[in-house]
Design a protein around this ligand. Structure first.
Ligand code: NAP
Length: 307
């Protein structure tokens, strides 16, 4: 295990983290970004980004790759290591990974969020065998088949619209009769001939075929109590997101849902530790607000080091 000194350690290479790296480098400080999975964060799974100001259309992959390359070109170091713990010694913070100890003057948490699971029986066993959390990654396996999407937010509606392009039929299951998604997304699924809305309904059972794969989803109508089995071979779960900040809950205050308590200035309860993007308490979780947080956190971190 080596001790590596830098100015700012950024935990997470999603939009917020890579934006923070760009702004840290441009402020003349050295950023090291730690990422436990793959760069890009959630946006990498979005087929078409059409609400980032100044860019009419771009794939999530291209957007994330552009950020990654921009951060690297400016001199940020991006290490594929999971941050396991932060030790806060005041003006010196140690971020521990399995491989190294990173010692920095400031830390930016940009840990993002993960897809929420249904929490029902068989879900884990059927993950990868019919149950998926990423339509753009796995949708192609269900060409010409019947599938279901669960959720009523932007992700669910985008997933449903994407799947209608090549699946035989798409059931969109939502627990209410109003969608949380933007009007623009709702418009895109309206009048699609191969989509069926299953509203006011939740999933209470995942059915498994003899081959060990998903072959049906049982829904229950919350109004009538009626149960129905949808004969689908794929289920795309898009019921929102959950933060994963437990490892850092001893150094920064978290709210009841596990988000890092921080305002628009990205300052957490610990001086010199900042939180940027979807991982912090905030109203609007969008690509543009993640990038904005990255810039704010980086400049605040650089100012903290100079104090
Ligand atoms: P979301 O907006 O939080 O929506 C989650 C949906 O799942 C809601 O409709 C919710 O129902 C439902 N839900 C939550 N828990 C559930 C449960 N246990 N069982 C069944 N249904 C459940 O999540 P998201 O769609 O993943 O979007 C997350 C954030 O990313 C949002 O801010 C969204 O605007 C943003 N986003 C933006 C874009 C874009 O701008 N193009 C694309 C994707 C995501 P209720 O409505 O009843 O609460």
């Amino acid at each position: 295990m080596a001790e590596i000194r830098t100015d700012v350690v950024i935990i997470g290479a999603g939009t917020a983290g890579l934006s923070a790296a760009i702004y840290t480098q441009r402020a003349g400080k050295q950023a090291i970004v730690l990422e436990g999975e793959s760069y890009g964060g959630q946006i990498i799974n979005t087929l078409d980004v059409e609400n980032y100001p100044g860019i009419k259309h771009i794939s999530g992959f291209d957007f994330a790759t552009g950020l990654y390359e921009q951060a690297q070109d400016l001199g940020a170091k991006i290490e594929m290591e999971s941050a396991l713990q932060i030790i806060d010694n005041g003006k010196e913070k140690i971020v521990k990974t399995k491989e190294n100890d990173y010692i920095a003057g400031a830390v930016i948490l940009a840990t993002g969020v993960k897809r929420r699971e249904l929490g029902i029986e068989n879900e884990k066993e059927l993950t990868g065998k019919g149950v998926s959390y990423c339509a753009t990654c796995d949708g192609a396996f269900y060409r010409k088949k019947d599938v279901a999407v669960n959720g009523g937010g932007n992700t669910a509606l985008e997933d449903a619209e994407f799947l209608t392009r090549f699946c035989n039929k798409v059931y969109l299951i939502h627990r209410r009769d109003q969608f949380r998604a933007d009007v623009a997304e709702v418009k895109k699924i309206t009048d699609k001939p191969n989509i069926e809305l299953v509203l006011n309904s939740t999933i209470d059972e995942l059915q498994t075929g003899e081959d060990g794969k998903l072959n049906g989803v049982e829904t229950v109508d919350k109004v009538t109590g009626e149960k129905r089995v949808l004969p689908v071979s794929g289920l795309f779960v898009a019921i929102g997101q959950v933060p994963s900040n437990q490892a850092f809950g001893d150094v920064v205050a978290l709210d009841d849902a596990g988000y890092i308590k921080a305002g628009e200035d990205t300052k957490t309860s610990a001086p010199g530790i900042f939180a940027a993007g979807d991982c912090r308490t905030k109203q609007v979780r969008q690509l543009a607000t993640a990038a904005s947080d990255g810039a704010v956190a980086a400049l605040a971190a650089c100012a903290y080091i100079e104090e």
